[in-house]
Design a protein. Structure first.
Length: 432
């Protein structure tokens, strides 16, 4: 049985991750090569230096190819940035015959795409949310149904031309072909959200290093997506300023925050401190109980500093609250509610911060959880935490589109990918 090779590149502000997977029919994708390389030339999700970004992508791809023992040619690449926006639009057509055909759906979606956009924006995704046949809504797959009028509700994600053109240029300079560019938030949602959450209504926040991607689902379909220019790097900067340490030391402190707050981080000559778990100790606890636990010597981390746990916690919580409030305002301006019935799902590297779900619940007033990616097999140990949600989602997006990379990157016409796989080729023909 012929194997397909699908390659995904998550172009982030902190790291460039390349995952090479092997796919057989009716089996989960098997990861055979993976590499994360420090990001360069990328700031807040967009390319700011073509040469640096190209070199970083090249290092990541080369190492993944070496591990997999294959040479790749076609890749799926993530895209992000503050100016990624979305809108919902509908298209209506008269059904040509007695039954709805795939050509009718093509025409309906093309009709939905005919909208006025600024010259610098182009759609990167046109996602059918639901179909309406003769005023009967809630239909996900209309082909074969009888009716005279077909209507489609679509979710359209747009990005500035410069965003995807610059990313495409970086990848093409190392001899690869960009098969598709996928919004970070859409990709992450494919790997961390459950069907039940999407049906009930859920908001996903992918908090990366430079940006936070937002995706909101209702009744099983995406209704809103966008991006704000704040992420984990802002927290690192706040720690550096607030505790008067270097950015490198601030990153170490942030990464090891859980150990610091749990008193597992001791100095070179220190003894284990009180091991009582804490968000931090509550302000209503007796002062004599707190007094000996406030300062932590970070010599074991290679940081010549004693810090206050209370100050560290307050710095991180303040910035997280700002990120969440900005996300809430962003969604509210578009006329949506970020607090959905199934709550908030956090993913991305910054979601690993200790007690971030408690802060989320305080800000939004709904349940919160950290979303871990799933759906792949093989060498997944290195890409199992939330910071790899996007790259795993890119692989799943490729499967949904039913891509046969082994056959020159052409999409098959088989039914494996369902409705979205069938119309994927047509979607590509609409994009510039």
């Amino acid at each position: 049985m012929a194997k397909k090779i699908i390659t995904a590149i998550d172009v982030g502000s902190f790291k460039i991750t390349t995952v090479i997977s092997s796919v057989e029919d009716n089996h989960a994708p098997t990861v055979i090569g993976v590499c994360s390389f420090p990001s360069k030339g990328i700031k807040k999700g967009v390319v700011v230096n073509i040469d640096d970004a190209t070199n970083a992508i090249s290092e990541s791809v080369t190492a993944a190819e070496r591990m997999a023992g294959v040479t790749i040619s076609d890749v799926f690449v993530s895209i992000n940035g503050e100016q990624v926006t979305s809108l919902n639009n509908k298209g209506v057509v008269a059904v040509a015959g007695s039954e709805i055909t795939i050509d009718d759906t093509y025409r309906a979606i093309e009709n939905a795409r005919t909208l006025s956009l600024p010259d610098n924006l182009n759609p990167i995704h046109i996602i059918p949310r639901e179909f309406v046949v003769d005023n009967q809504g809630g239909i996900k797959y209309p082909i074969g149904m009888s009716g005279g009028r077909l209507e489609v509700e679509t979710h359209i994600i747009t990005a500035p031309n410069s965003y995807w053109q610059n990313i495409k240029k970086c990848v093409e300079q190392i001899g690869l072909h960009v098969y598709d560019v996928i919004f970070n938030g859409w990709a992450s949602s494919l790997s961390v959200l459950t069907d039940t959450e999407k049906e009930l209504g859920v908001t996903m926040l992918d908090i990366g290093a430079g940006t936070t991607s937002i995706a909101i689902f209702q009744e099983g379909s995406i209704i809103y997506s966008s991006c704000i220019p704040l992420g984990g790097n802002s927290i690192t900067s706040d720690i550096a300023i607030g505790l008067q340490v270097s950015l490198e030391d601030a990153e170490k402190i942030k990464i090891n925050m859980s150990d610091i707050l749990d008193n597992k981080c001791v100095g070179k000559k220190g003894k284990d401190m009180d091991s009582t778990p804490a968000l931090l100790r509550r302000t209503d606890e007796p002062k004599e109980k707190k007094s000996k636990d406030e300062d932590v010597d970070l010599g074991v981390l290679g940081v010549d500093k004693k810090i206050s746990k209370d100050m560290l916690q307050s710095i991180i919580e303040a910035r997280c609250e700002e990120i969440f409030e900005m996300a809430k305002d962003n969604v509210s301006k578009a006329g949506y509610d970020i607090a959905m019935p199934a709550g908030i799902v956090l993913t991305g590297g910054t979601s690993l911060l200790r007690n971030i779900t408690k802060t989320t619940q305080c800000v939004f007033g709904v349940a919160s959880r950290v979303g871990y990616p799933s759906g792949l097999s093989g060498m997944v140990e290195e890409i199992s935490d939330p910071s790899f949600a996007c790259v795993q989602g890119l692989i799943k997006h490729a499967l949904d589109d039913d891509v046969d990379i082994a056959n020159g990157g052409e999409k098959k016409k088989a039914n494996v990918g369902g409705f979205f796989g069938k119309i994927g080729e047509w979607f590509k023909s609409l994009l510039p």
